[in-house]
Design a binder for this molecule. Structure first.
Ligand SMILES: *Cc1c(COP(=O)(O)O)cnc(C)c1O
Length: 450
């Protein structure tokens, strides 16, 4: 395969772990789908991120790396990354609650959602969490809150640099008409922003997040350059360094097509340092908000093949992993292709000639396909499939279609003798849990209305 270095080690750990997960019954008849996380892989990604920015800035760059919680909204994952020196980027009361449950301090937490309620803003300011206003209205709300009570929060504005989109519309946030942030290039917008900062000495941060998967590095860097130049302009106009923090968002894309390429934090940090050198010279506190690039490569969904059939000349393997764990892939397969690995009944790589097969999920709609015409050794009932690189935005963003239970999530570590230790990240949801979430406490609630 020509695998090199870290990538081959990660693939080797995964191979051992999926086999152990089957062997130890983490996946079996009673639990036909589960998710696995490579603890070593996540730690290594965090370390790579730190060293990328340290090296690009020649050690002068001050940076707080935060983890975009939505990418893998699981408390032990947030805690693991906090142990590796990361804070959190949160975008909802739920994500903030997870960050707090993980013990991430307010001073290392950034709140960015486009629809924050007055209560959320008040709580964030009371806690001292950094907040980036997403709109002019939100900035007025901050005006009132700042006037009402002192806050330790670093406050900024999310700016849409309007540098354009990448190959996936749904994750391109810096298009001319994006719903996010305050547009920078609309008529009068830059002047409005300069005035907004001039009138508010407490606005000390600027924020942008150009986009996620599908955005080339050059586009991300252009967006960052635009907000850096805005910060410089604000500071020149103020005659002092009013803007001290530049939050550059996340968005580093991941290669889902092989084990070979991991997200290259080094290349991105070097490009940023070349595009906006002033960001790295120590005058600014940089904040990053990476999500997918920190965890995608370290996650695997493992599912049993329940049945196989042939219909209309197509071979179909019906598995227990479908839209509930791979929602984007099922609904937008062109934008979100996943690699599927065929494993035998014991969880070992399946041998045999590759045959085109549809790999289907358990949901009751015809489009619940993980892969169409995928060339794999012929799957049989009792075999397994592994969905690779699913650590971000897959099982952690469960979709409750068909009331399928949220699968269990387990972290793994592989020892020197290839022994595998597992730790529970999240139990599989119980059927009682499904009922409770589905109004079980209000069984007669509608009858009472007449
Ligand atoms: C989703 C999001 C991120 C993380 O994006 P990735 O592509 O997962 O790195 C960071 N910041 C904001 C504001 C986001 O919405």
């Amino acid at each position: 395969m020509g695998l090199t270095g870290n990538a081959s080690a990660a693939a080797a750990r995964r191979t051992v772990a999926v086999r152990a997960a089957v062997g130890q019954g983490i996946v079996g008849e009673h639990a036909p789908v589960a998710a696995l996380l490579d603890v070593h892989g996540i730690r290594a990604a965090a370390a790579a991120l730190h060293s990328a920015f340290d090296e690009a800035g020649g050690g002068r760059c001050r940076v707080l790396h935060t983890f975009a919680v939505k990418a893998c909204a699981l408390v032990p994952v947030v805690r693991l990354l906090a142990d590796e020196g990361l804070g959190c980027e949160v975008a909802s009361p739920g994500e903030l609650a997870l960050a707090r449950a993980a013990g991430v301090p307010p001073a290392r937490t950034v709140l960015d959602s486009p629809a924050k309620t007055p209560d959320e803003l008040r709580e964030a300011l009371a806690l001292g969490i950094a907040v980036n206003a997403d709109s002019r209205e939100e900035l007025s709300r901050l005006d009132a809150l700042v006037a009402a009570a002192p806050t330790a929060s670093a406050l900024g504005v999310r700016v849409n640099p309007q540098v354009g989109g990448g190959s996936i519309g749904a994750t391109s946030t810096a298009t001319a008409g994006s719903k996010f942030g305050v547009p920078l290039r609309d008529a009068g917008a830059r002047e409005w922003l300069l005035r907004a900062y001039a009138q508010r000495p407490w606005l000390t941060a600027v924020h942008t997040h150009v986009g996620s998967q599908g955005c080339p590095l050059g586009l991300l860097a252009e967006g960052v350059r635009a907000v850096y130049e805005l910060a410089e302009e604000i500071n020149r106009a103020a005659g002092r360094q009013q803007v001290r923090t530049v939050d550059i968002g996340g968005g580093l894309p991941v290669d889902f097509s092989s084990d070979e390429a991991g997200p290259d934090f080094g290349a991105y940090a070097r490009l940023l340092a070349a595009t906006a050198p002033g960001l790295f010279d120590g005058r600014y506190q940089l904040v990053t908000e990476f999500g997918r690039s920190l965890v995608a490569k370290s996650g695997t969904v493992l599912a049993r093949v329940e049945a196989t059939k042939s219909a209309g000349g197509r071979r179909i393997a019906v598995t227990h992993a479908g839209a509930q764990v791979a929602t984007r892939t099922v609904y937008a397969p062109e934008a979100w292709p996943l690699r599927v690995a065929a494993l035998d009944a014991l969880g070992r790589p399946k041998a045999g000639d590759a045959v085109p097969q549809d790999v289907a999920g358990p949901c009751c709609f015809a489009g619940d396909l993980l892969a169409a015409g995928c060339a794999l050794p012929l799957l049989e009932a009792g075999d397994h499939v592994a969905l690779l690189d699913t650590g971000a935005y897959y099982f952690s963003a469960h979709y409750a279609y068909n009331s399928l239970v949220r699968p269990g999530v387990y972290g793994y570590a592989v020892g020197g003798g290839a022994e595998v230790a597992f730790a529970t990240v999240r139990e599989p949801q119980s059927l009682d849990g499904v009922v409770a979430e589905s109004g079980g406490a209000y069984v007669a609630g509608l009858r009472g209305l007449g």
